[in-house]
Write a protein that binds this ligand. Structure first.
Ligand code: DAH
Length: 337
């Protein structure tokens, strides 16, 4: 048998291989037990001693070439089969639906509240979460002996005794009144921090919205009118409201505002603790001491202020019974909004 002729035939045959079945046929033809290489090898003993070594070597290199060809072809075929799966992509198949995200419920309700106040003419203003002790307390007429000024009741920044994480959004009153002149109508959404043990109604971080209005002749009835508009826009026109006398250092007089329980409509149930009323915020007329701290003439100007907890409003509006749900990132909760 002519080795050169066989070699040429091999090249022709491998070019005609386009499938793994074809490759197996090719392999058997040349490398199989009864294949060409076996046949060639079997002729070696019949050769003269001089011829054997040279012929053996030729057969061997032919065999190595065949092994390499088979291996190469196998690789090409497997790449082609991957491509085939790809190119046979069916554009008629239904698409893979992408989950659409949405705003966090705290952001949604913050936006809703701010937009109510902005329709009433309020501007939306930001303040820093790291505050001075002055803005968080002193400027708001909160005395040195007030418990919330104790180190254990407020997050003071280590090495900066006069800086802290604000415990309410009220310090932005001080900032805004220092920077701007009346008339002012401002709401301030933002995070606040308190070292409270976390439970169903407490979190070390939560959100508040502060609001205030300052001008000549602002009266308590303005506060009532604005808050009634707000409460009805959020909870519906049928709710009743009441102002309960209270104490806040930065307002005088001060009041807590309740709405009639939206669950039992005021009859008394487990949500309102049988009282028929739900507290929604704190408010009052800005204390003259606060005006003095920011350099506003308390003889000329008066103003009202209020502060509410965003999570609390959301919990009441949607019947959520655990504040931790807002911060656990559990999609089963978040997807409901
Ligand atoms: N800063 C108060 C708090 O965090 C809330 C508050 C009450 C704000 C009465 C006010 C206000 O502006 O007038 O508990």
């Amino acid at each position: 048998m002519d080795i050169n002729a066989i070699s040429t035939q091999i090249d022709l045959d491998i070019q005609g291989v386009h499938s793994s079945e074809g490759l197996e046929e090719f392999r058997l033809k040349y490398l199989g037990r009864k294949g060409v290489i076996a046949e060639l090898t079997s002729t070696i003993p019949s050769l003269s001693k001089d011829e054997r070594a040279a012929f053996g070597q030729q057969v061997n290199s032919l065999k190595n070439r065949l092994l390499a060809l088979v291996e190469d072809k196998q690789k090409t075929l497997s790449v082609q089969s991957e491509n085939t799966t790809y190119t046979s992509f069916d554009i008629g198949m239904p698409g893979i639906a992408q989950g659409l995200g949405h705003l966090h419920p705290v952001t949604q309700i913050t936006d809703e509240i701010c937009s109510i106040f902005s329709r009433l003419g309020f501007s939306i203003v930001d303040g820093p979460e790291i505050e001075t002790e002055y803005n968080n307390f002193t400027g708001l007429n909160i005395p040195l002996e007030h418990p919330s000024r104790e180190a254990f009741d407020t997050f003071y920044l280590k090495d900066y005794a006069k800086l802290l994480l604000r415990s309410h959004t009220s310090p932005v009153q001080v900032r805004a009144m220092q920077e701007r002149k009346p008339p002012l109508a401002i709401v301030v959404p933002g995070r606040v921090y308190r070292p409270d043990a976390v439970d169903a109604s407490h979190s070390f971080m939560f959100h508040q919205i502060e609001g205030f209005m300052v001008d000549a002749g602002i009266k308590f009835s303005d506060l009532k009118g604005v808050l009634e508009k707000f409460a009805k826009a959020i909870f519906g026109n049928t709710i009743n409201m009441r102002f309960r006398p209270h104490f806040f250092p930065f307002t005088e007089p001060s009041a807590e505002v309740d709405i009639s329980c939206i669950i039992c409509k005021g009859k008394g149930c487990s949500v309102c603790g049988r009282k028929g009323w739900l507290e929604i915020l704190g408010s009052g007329m800005i204390h003259p001491h606060v005006f003095k701290h920011v350099g506003i003439d308390a003889k000329k100007y008066t103003g009202f202020a209020f502060g509410l907890g965003v999570e609390r409003i959301a919990m009441l509006k949607y019947g959520i019974n655990d504040i931790r749900l807002f911060f656990e990132n559990d999609l089963r909760f978040l997807k409901q909004f």
